[in-house]
Write a protein that binds this ligand. Structure first.
Ligand code: ME8
Length: 646
C-alpha cells in the first residue's frame, strides 16, 4: 500500500433477505468516500459483496425449498441491481461462494494453523444463528441473545478453536498505539472496554452446518462463517491465489466501513486473525450508527423495514443518497421517517439546490441570451465558495460527511441570497447601466453552482453532472484540486437547458402515497428524531425540532384574573385530557375573563410547568403580539379540543 492508495470496504451482506435502507446506507457512504478520494487523485479500490455461507443462509434456503446457492444467486442479483441503480462505484463485488474467496480462506487458516493458534476441542454452549455468533451464558435471557435479540440454540459439537485469549495483550497494544484505528471515539472506547474485560478462545469451525468452506485438512468441519466472511477483504485482492498484486498494492485497507452491530467481529476477531496469520492490520474500522424507523428498531418481524425501491423510483437515486448522508450524523443513530424525507426533499433539494440553480440558469438564458458572462471582480459568492470547499475537505477528512454537506448548502444559500439582494431582473431593466452588475451576479452564481457541483459529486453524482451541464461547465475537469479554483467557467460559453433538478412535492399527498407502499405496521410511531449534535447555527431548525412542540386546540372552560396582577389571567382549559389544564396567560389587559370562556385557543401542551405570580401554569397559549398587545389565535372552525395543530 502506498500513500496514494485508498482501499475501502463495506460489510458483505447476508443473502437471506433483500436489502433495505440500512444496507444501502453503508454502501452509499462508502461510495461517497470512494468518490471523494478519487476526486483527490488517489488510486481507490472499493469493495462490496455478499456473505453467502453459514447456518442462517442454510436455514433460510431450506425454508424456501431452495438450495443455499439458489437463494444466494437470487438475492445477489437484487444487490447487484440496486448498486447499479444507486450509482455505486465499487471496483469489485465478492461473493463468498466464489473459488477465489475459498482459496483466501484456506490460505489464512493454514497460516493461523502454522502459528500454533488453532486447537481441536468440543464446543458446548449457545449459538445465535441470526447473528452467526457463539453467545456466552451471561448473554442469554429467555432463549434470546440479549445483544442481537435473535433466538439462541444449544450446541454441543466438535470444533476447532482459535486462541483468541492469547491476543488480548497484542490487541490492547494495537488500540493504544493507534487511537484512530476504531472510529468514532465512542466505539473505540467500547471495544477497548470489551477487550480489557478478557477474551475467551473462539470456536472457528462447525460440524452441524454443511454450507461453508471446508476446513483445510479436516473436511468434517466447515469454517465458522465469520472467519470465512472477514477474509473477503483480502481474498478479493487475490490473497491465497497466484496473483497477489492487488493485495500488495492495496492491503492494508484504509477503512472498513461497518454498522455498529458488527464492530466486535471487525475490531477484535479480524485483527487477531490477521496478527496470527502475520498480516498487516487495517488502518481504520468505522462503526456507523443505526437507522431506526420512526424511532422504533427496524426489523423484518415488526414489518417496518424501509425498502428503497419506491423512494428511488419516485424521487431518484440521488435524493435517497442525499437524505441518508445528510440526515444521519455519521456515527450516531437516526430515525427514518417519511415526513423527514419529504421535508428535506423540498427544503434542501427542490428549493435550496434546484431552485437556486434554475433561477441562475434561467436568468442567464433570459437576460444574457444563454451565454456565460464576463467574470468581473470576485465577490461574496467567490468567498462563500472558497469557504465551502475548505469546509468540505475538512469535514470529509474528519469523517463528518453530514457536515461537509452543510458546508455546501451554505454556499447555495449564499448564491440565493446574492441573487435576492442584487435582483438581476431589476438590473436587466436598467440596460447598459446595470450591465456590469448583472454580469457579475450571474457569473458568480453560475460559477458558484459549478463549484457546488464538485462538492455534491461524491453524494449525488448524477445530479452533479446535470448541474454542470446546466451551468455550462461540461469539459471542465471534475476534481477536488484545481477544478475548485474560482473562475474556470469560460466567458461566452453556452449554458445548458433549464430543467428542474428536483420538482417540489406535496408533502401531505406524498405521505399518503408512501404509507400505501409501506409494509404493514411500518408506522408504529410517527415521529422522527436524529441524535445529531447541534448544527452550526444558521438560524434554521429542523422538522424534528419543530415536531417536539405539541400544539393542540383547547376550549376555555373557566377564567379569572390572578389577584394583584393587571395582565395575568388563570384559565382552566379543556384539552380532552382527564382533567382541565390550568394555564396562566398575560392577556388580561386586552381580554375580560368572562369573554374568554367558551373560546377555542391553541396551546403549547408540552411546556415545562412554571409559576407566574405564585400561580402554576401548565402550558402556554398562542397569541400574535403587536407591540406587546396580544391577539389570541383560534382555529377557523369548531375543531374538537385536543386536536393537533401543525
Ligand atoms: O452482518 N442501520 O450482514 P448483514 C444501519 N454478513 N445500518 C444497517 C442497518 C440499520 N438499520 N441494518 C443493516 C452482516 N445495516 C455480515 C457482515 S462482513 C465481513 C459480514 C448495515 O446483511 C450495517 O452496515 O446483516 C450492518 O453492519 C450491515 O448492514 C449488516 O448487514
Amino acid at each position: 500500500m502506498s500513500e496514494n492508495t485508498y482501499y475501502i470496504t463495506t460489510p458483505i451482506y447476508y443473502v437471506n433477505d433483500m436489502p433495505h435502507i440500512g444496507h444501502i446506507y453503508t454502501t452509499v457512504m462508502a461510495d461517497a468516500f470512494a468518490r471523494y478520494h478519487r476526486m483527490q487523485g488517489r488510486t481507490v479500490r472499493f469493495l462490496t459483496g455478499t456473505d453467502e455461507h453459514g447456518q442462517k443462509i442454510q436455514k433460510s434456503a431450506a425454508a424456501q425449498g431452495l438450495q443455499p446457492i439458489e437463494l444466494a444467486d437470487k438475492v445477489v442479483e437484487r444487490y447487484r441491481h440496486l448498486w447499479e441503480v444507486l450509482n455505486i462505484s465499487h471496483d469489485d463485488f465478492i461473493r463468498t461462494s466464489e473459488d477465489r474467496h475459498k482459496a483466501g480462506v484456506t490460505e489464512i487458516i493454514k497460516r493461523i494453523m502454522a502459528s500454533g493458534d488453532l486447537y481441536k476441542g468440543d464446543y458446548e454452549g449457545w449459538y445465535c444463528a441470526g447473528a452467526e455468533a457463539f453467545v456466552p451464558d451471561s448473554q442469554v435471557v429467555d432463549g434470546k441473545d440479549t445483544e442481537s435479540g435473535y433466538p439462541v440454540e444449544r450446541l454441543s459439537e466438535s470444533s476447532w478453536f482459535f486462541k483468541l485469549s492469547a491476543y488480548q495483550a497484542p490487541l490492547l497494544e494495537w488500540y493504544k498505539a493507534n487511537p484512530d484505528c476504531i472510529q468514532p471515539k465512542s466505539r473505540y472506547n467500547e471495544v477497548l472496554r470489551f477487550v480489557e474485560g478478557g477474551l475467551r478462545d473462539l470456536s472457528v469451525s462447525r460440524t452441524s452446518v454443511s454450507w461453508g468452506v471446508p476446513f483445510p485438512d479436516d473436511a468434517d468441519h466447515v469454517v465458522y462463517v465469520w472467519l470465512d466472511a472477514l477474509t473477503n477483504y483480502i481474498s478479493a485482492l487475490g490473497f491465497g491465489s497466484d496473483d497477489a498484486s492487488a493485495f500488495d498494492q492495496f492491503w492494508p485497507a484504509q477503512i472498513h466501513m461497518v454498522g455498529k452491530d458488527i464492530l466486535r467481529f471487525h475490531c477484535v476477531y479480524w485483527p487477531a486473525f490477521l496478527m496470527s496469520a502475520g498480516l498487516p492490520l487495517p488502518k481504520t474500522v468505522f462503526g456507523h450508527g443505526w437507522w431506526m424507523r420512526d424511532d422504533a428498531k427496524m426489523s423484518k418481524s415488526l414489518g417496518n423495514v424501509v425498502r428503497p425501491d419506491y423512494l428511488i423510483e419516485r424521487f431518484g437515486p440521488d435524493a435517497l443518497r442525499y437524505f441518508l448522508a445528510r440526515e444521519m450524523a455519521f456515527g450516531l443513530d437516526a430515525s427514518f421517517s417519511d415526513v423527514a424525507f419529504l421535508e428535506r426533499f423540498n427544503a434542501d433539494l427542490a428549493n435550496a439546490l434546484g431552485n437556486t440553480a434554475s433561477r441562475a440558469v434561467s436568468m442567464t438564458e433570459r437576460f444574457l441570451a444563454g451565454k456565460i458572462p464576463k467574470a468581473h471582480t470576485p465577490g461574496p459568492i467567490a468567498q462563500a465558495a472558497s469557504e465551502a470547499v475548505a469546509g468540505h475537505l475538512r469535514h470529509m477528512d474528519k469523517m463528518e460527511p453530514h457536515r461537509a454537506l452543510e458546508a455546501t448548502w451554505r454556499l447555495l444559500s449564499a448564491i440565493n441570497g446574492r441573487i435576492q439582494e442584487q435582483q438581476p431582473w431589476a438590473l436587466a431593466k436598467q440596460g447598459d447601466e446595470g450591465r456590469a452588475a448583472l454580469e457579475a451576479v450571474l457569473y458568480e452564481s453560475l460559477e458558484g453552482l459549478r463549484i457546488a457541483s464538485l462538492l455534491i459529486e461524491p453524494f449525488m453524482p448524477s445530479i452533479a453532472e446535470r448541474l454542470r451541464t446546466q451551468v455550462g461547465a461540461t469539459g471542465i475537469p471534475v476534481n477536488l484540486g484545481d477544478a475548485t479554483h474560482w473562475g474556470l467557467l469560460p466567458e461566452g460559453g453556452s449554458i445548458g437547458k433549464v430543467e428542474a433538478l428536483f420538482p417540489r412535492v406535496d408533502v401531505k399527498k406524498m405521505m399518503k402515497e408512501l404509507a400505501q407502499r409501506d409494509e404493514p405496521g411500518a408506522h408504529a410511531k410517527e415521529s422522527s428524531k436524529s441524535e445529531e449534535p447541534e448544527a452550526e447555527d444558521d438560524g434554521l431548525i429542523s422538522i424534528d425540532d419543530f415536531a417536539k412542540v405539541r400544539l393542540v386546540v383547547g376550549i376555555v372552560k373557566e377564567a379569572e384574573r390572578v389577584p394583584k396582577s393587571k395582565k395575568l389571567v388563570k384559565l382552566m382549559v379543556d384539552l380532552a385530557e382527564t382533567e382541565l389544564r390550568q394555564i396562566v396567560a398575560g392577556i388580561g389587559a386586552k381580554y375580560a375573563p368572562e369573554d374568554l370562556v367558551g373560546r377555542r385557543i391553541v396551546v403549547v401542551a408540552n411546556l415545562k410547568p412554571a409559576k407566574l405570580m405564585g400561580v402554576e401554569s401548565n402550558g402556554m397559549l398562542l397569541a400574535a403580539s403587536l407591540d406587546g398587545d396580544p391577539d389570541l389565535l383560534s382555529p377557523d372552525g369548531e375543531v374538537p379540543p385536543g386536536t393537533g395543530v401543525r
